[in-house]
Design a protein around this ligand. Structure first.
Ligand code: A3P
Ligand code: MG
Length: 410
């Protein structure tokens, strides 16, 4: 099988130093505060933003053919392409967060924010994958409609991607595939946890490939997640990229170790095998949930923790980075309970589910039913989403149902 490899690496022309550490809040003085429950509060300075023109992007235009070895796994080429693209755009997102310009935020019809990073990452990843796999479909979060709401944002996305307006519109417009579960479809959230991104917290680039209604590949790029442990300390190395392929296990690689100029599996697919935790007693388990209470009910998760005698405070962080933490065994349980009537989108969990499952965990809805990503952009799950290390799953689902009943009875 032949695939393509990029000859020239992209370049990011920013002279600015890196974000010092991962963060959970921003003080009014501009210092970043690490405030995960149980962690020491570490004030960290971040740099005031540089002028926009310090950020630019040269997309690699030339390809050369690379051979995938005959013994490679079925989706090795796709997984390598996805890891390379996510690695490239994780680095870009970091620069864009460091130089974040709040004037360039548009509020979408669902009241959520969208930034230069969301559009730029979507455009760059989709253009790379479309070139390599021209027959494939795409479902991704962002629409041209929102890009056109603000011309300054539009121009900043052109600057960040090196694309002209026409090319940008064409590529973003490719991303609204609506269904057919026998197809090959890439599912992309270019900036999962945008509210975290704008507040200098966690966010994630989440990319997966579905074929025949089943997830085959998942990649999570978590620029602010330390390479080990959830809580960053001063000096922690940030940038964790998780990748998984059906039947091939899940891996974690430091963002800095990815050769993003290549899509050759033997070059790109490195990393450490991920295994979920081996905790069997829920009272000894840690859990994680959304930082934003508007995305997931913190009061319901507190009730579940009480039922299970889980005394530790939850880890609260934005985005699918939480699933990476489950896959790596940092925490054993993830709980997500949106308000009634909220409809989940596939790109908010599909790439992550295969990562957790390939690490030995389980992900279902709050009733213990598997999640179905094959119906297009939207999902039809009940009672939220629960991810665990597998062994505790049935116990946790029982507690979820008990807590929901208790809440309804009040
Ligand atoms: N009212 C709401 N309830 C539940 N989820 C919501 C929501 N509004 C937005 N979201 C989703 O929650 C995602 C973030 O989840 P988390 O809380 O784990 O960071 C958002 O992803 P985006 O930031 O990509 O839009 C968005 O899809
Ligand atoms: Mg998003």
């Amino acid at each position: 099988m032949n695939i393509f490899a990029f000859q020239a690496p992209f370049s990011l022309l920013s002279g600015r130093p890196q974000l010092a550490s991962t963060v959970c809040g921003t003080s009014s003085s501009g210092s970043l505060i690490s405030s995960f429950p149980g962690s020491p509060v570490v004030p960290l300075r971040y740099n005031q933003r540089a002028s926009k023109d310090l950020i630019s992007f040269s997309s690699p235009k030339k390809f050369s053919r690379t051979t995938v070895s005959a013994s490679a796994s079925k989706y090795a080429a796709e997984r390598a392409a996805a890891v390379s693209a996510v690695g490239m755009t994780s680095t870009l997102s970091r620069k864009l967060q460091e130089n974040f310009d709040e004037a360039l935020v548009v509020i979408k019809d669902d009241a959520s924010p969208v930034t230069v990073a969301d559009f730029a990452v979507q455009a760059l990843i989709v253009s790379r994958l479309h070139e390599q796999f021209p027959e494939d479909n795409f479902i991704a979060e962002e629409f041209v409609l929102d890009l056109r709401k603000d011309m300054a944002l539009f121009r900043a996305v052109c600057d960040a991607t090196g694309m002209d307006e026409e090319a940008l519109v064409k590529i973003i417009d490719l991303c609204d595939f609506t269904g057919a579960d026998d197809s090959r479809t890439w599912i992309l959230d270019p900036n999962d946890g945008t509210r975290g991104f704008v507040k200098m917290r966690h966010y994630c680039i989440a990319l997966g490939l579905m074929e025949g209604g089943v997830m085959r590949v998942g990649v999570l790029g978590c620029p602010n997640l330390p390479v080990s442990g959830i809580v960053a300390d001063v000096g922690s190395q940030l940038g964790s990229i998780f990748h998984a392929e059906q039947g091939q296990g899940a891996y974690m690689i430091a963002e800095k170790d990815i050769d993003t100029s290549s899509v050759d599996p033997s070059v790109v697919l490195k990393g450490k095998r991920c295994n979920v935790s081996d905790v069997t007693d829920p009272s000894k388990a840690d859990f994680c949930e959304s930082f934003e209470a508007r995305h997931s009910s913190h009061s319901l998760s507190t009730k579940i923790a009480e039922i299970l005698n889980m005394n530790g405070a939850p880890y609260r962080l934005d985005s699918q980075a939480k699933y990476g933490c489950i896959a790596r065994g940092d925490v054993s349980i993830f709980l997500r309970f949106p308000r009634e009537g909220y409809v989940e989108k596939v790109y908010d969990s599909a790439p992550a589910v295969i990562v957790v499952e390939e690490a030995g965990g389980r992900v279902t809805d709050g009733r213990g039913q598997p999640l179905d990503f094959s119906k297009g952009r939207y999902m039809d799950n009940d009672d939220g989403i629960v991810a665990t290390n597998g062994v505790m799953h049935d116990t946790i689902i029982e507690a979820v149902q008990a807590a929901i009943k208790q809440k309804a009875a009040v």
